[in-house]
Design a protein around this ligand. Sequence first.
Ligand code: CO8
Length: 253
Amino acid sequence: MAVSLQPGGVVLVELHRPAVRNALRTATLAEIVDVLDIVAADAHLGAVVITGSEKFFAAGADLKEMGALGPIELLADGRPRYWKRIAAFPKPLLAAVSGYALGAGCELAMQADIVIAGEGAQFGQPEINLGIIPGAGGTQRLVRVVGKSRAMQMVLSGEPIDAACALQCGLVSEVVPDEQVVPRTLALARLIAGKAPLALRAAKEALLLSYESALTPALEAERKAFVLLAASQDRNEGIAAFLEKRRPNYEGR
Ligand code: CO8
């Protein structure tokens, strides 16, 4: 895995295990979590982009590693903890997906707040072909994103969908030529990372509540966050900058 600092306070995480098509070892998830912890704690870093190679985002869990675990070992396995920590990352997380995003690779993409796909991307939950089912959100997040029928089709048949279909059903927000996936996602991340940090955090939290909560309590939480932001300097700065026709200077306060 390679980690690099990009312009605008964006951190790029590149999965790199070509021999196994970027299969996700537990240690890889731990490394991703370590990066997210560092970014979360650093006020100069505003967003993370995670990507793979042009042909493979990630081919799922590492089957050599996972296949060796029985139920008792799986119960004690650290992966669910890492997935939860990825989900709890408070800053924007974007996925730039080229090629295959299968199994845990598709689940990793779904953990991102925004997914940008290359034209050749394929998203799938092929676990059924192995006699198992998705185990890191694939049955739950997928149905919330693409709806019941499409999720059932993907999980029960194991057949992947292409980028055009992923766009149509809302799994990704943009499809661009494969070679543009990383530059486009980095540019979007840079744009987002320049916004007021407290407002970004509140917005992400409020949007994610729509997954977790019924409408009325989620609307109340949104309203509370909206009201709370009125106490921030950045809110006054943002409005003042607009009225004075200048760029805002956000400080995260
Ligand atoms: N884990 C480990 N190794 C893998 C994985 C993987 N997920 N995917 C590919 N590899 C390895 C292959 O074994 C092969 O190794 P070798 O060269 O030593 O033979 C090498 O990568 C190249 O693979 P292919 O020859 O198949 O490469 P292609 O480019 O022809 O195809 C694909 C690429 C389409 C990605 C294909 O490799 C594939 O279908 N991979 C498996 C995808 C899959 O089933 N993913 C779901 C995994 S399960 C999961 O994520 C949920 C958790 C599972 C828990 C299991 C608990 C028991």
